[in-house]
Design a protein around this ligand. Sequence first.
Ligand SMILES: Nc1ncnc2c1ncn2[C@@H]1O[C@H](COP(=O)(O)OP(=O)(O)O)[C@@H](O)[C@H]1O
Ligand SMILES: [Mg+2]
Length: 609
Amino acid sequence: MTTILRILRFTRTLTPYYLAIMAAAAVVTGAGIAVPFITGAATDVVVDAVGSVSNGSGIPDGAIRSVMLLALALLAASLVETVVSNLGGYWGDVMSERMRTILSTRYFEQLLTLPQRYYDNELTGTIVARLNRSITEITGFMKTFSNMFVTMLMTTVAVLAISAWHYWPLALLLLLAYPAYLWLTAMTSRKWQRIEREKNEHVDEASGRFAEVVGQIRVVKSFARERGELDRFSRHFGETVRLASEQSRYWHTMDAVRRGVLNLIFFALYAMIFVRTVMGHFTPGEMVMLIQLMAMARQPVQNLSWVVDTAQRAAAGSRSYFEVMDLDPAVVGGPGSLPRSAEPASGEGADRSAPGAAVSFKRVSFGYDERTEVLGDVTFEVRPGERIAFVGESGGGKTTLVNLLLGLYRMRSGSIEVAGAGTDLASLRSSIGVVFQDPSLFSGTVAENIAYGRPGATRDEIEAVARRAAVDGFVSKLPDGYDTVIGERGMKLSGGQKQRIAVARAMLKDAPILVLDEATSALDTRSERLVQAGLDDLMRQRTSLIIAHRLSTIAEVDRIVTLRDGRIDEIGTPAELAESGGIYAELLALQHSASRADRKRLKRFDVIG
Ligand SMILES: Nc1ncnc2c1ncn2[C@@H]1O[C@H](COP(=O)(O)OP(=O)(O)O)[C@@H](O)[C@H]1O
Ligand SMILES: [Mg+2]
């Protein structure tokens, strides 16, 4: 019930549609209720006429006119019903579409505000499956509800009033039928919902895996895992079949009981009407009317079960939807995982940082969960225009530094300041251009991907950065040049080509701070040299944080920060660190060694000679 109120509140803007649909339903119901009265009246006229014809007194005056008028009244009632029910249907369609728009947009909006932490724990397919289910179930419910609610109410009241007027025990028996039915339905509800939830979990898990498999089909095929993936998928769906049959068996058993009870009550009603007509208390016309009325009385009761059924579905289907909507972006994932809000390097922050630091990390500690610490007490500063490189073991927290700088997670303690960044995450991020380890492109064209950070960029601007990032060379060979569609996540390109587009994308963003997280790791030596020339040119004008995988690149920076066990080991110029005997010196020594063990050790630092 609370879920339903929630849905109503959530889709408040649709209230005019609900009301219009209800009004249409009211007119349709009114036309429906008129029918028994008309046929009842016609029966009385006919019985009368047949009586006088068989007495030999001929057809009574105006009898034909009366039945014709009544027949016309029936026509009018059905015409009204036809027109208005279609009108209601139209409103219903528009309402569903609007509702879908509202539910999808809000969901997407909420997902976009949720921090990275949320996505670390969710599967894409699950997120999509949830949305689809909620839309189907909620829309279905609101349609049924607005269509049936007024009808149910009006029919119930009309039937009760009319039967009470004619013979009160009829009304009394009917009054008994409703609560009995409702009670039995409500009893069914809880177990039904529990099973539904289980079913949904299976569907969500299967859909999540499904999307992953489709997205990485190459891996699936190369490891010959099609069978295994299929089995896993069908196991989940097999479970839903088992659950559905349990659920349905239960529901239909309960439904049989409910309807059985109803049948008994209606048996009593019909018996009363027949007997009282035979005894002369009702005219045949009244009997016809009452019988039709009783048939109508059955409908609201049955509709009630429809409404309860779709309400159950809506409640179960929208549960996980609203769980996502209820997530507070500031609380997701518990402490230590929130995006921090960037503090500008001015005011209070400026006092603590050295004057003019472009980026400063102060005693930053962080872990992705409570148990482990990835970074501990990390403090360093990057001066404007400086190039600084980070060196540390693979898994040592270099990418994590980038994640924190971008405000993707909240630190456990400490602070990060970025000069020129505003007070919100969006402005912080707009001042940082980043090339990730994984290029992460989108399915559009090459040009669209390059312009992702600056949608208004002209073709000339795009082509200029493309030249600097050595993208133009391979793009000229693509069938449609810059308008070539590159497939999901850039599937149709090689790793190195993707990386070059990612570099061009960061170049076009033209942000004051540049972050390169192994930006050229997928390039061969020749194209790396080409891209590196463009990057060098780019870095000249800005502060750069570089996680390089090539010692030659690292050797050219202004300062190096080495990380050991999540802590800073040394900070110094390449020349200083080459002498100090630390990680960098060790790497330099290893570089010239030919032994296999030494090369292996280099690899552990994500570094090649
Ligand atoms: N999203 C994540 N959730 C949990 N742990 C993570 C996540 N990303 C990275 N880690 C862990 O944090 C540590 C540092 O990773 P990372 O910063 O990517 O290292 P690298 O120095 O190779 O870039 C690793 O132990 C890794 O397993
Ligand atoms: Mg990394």
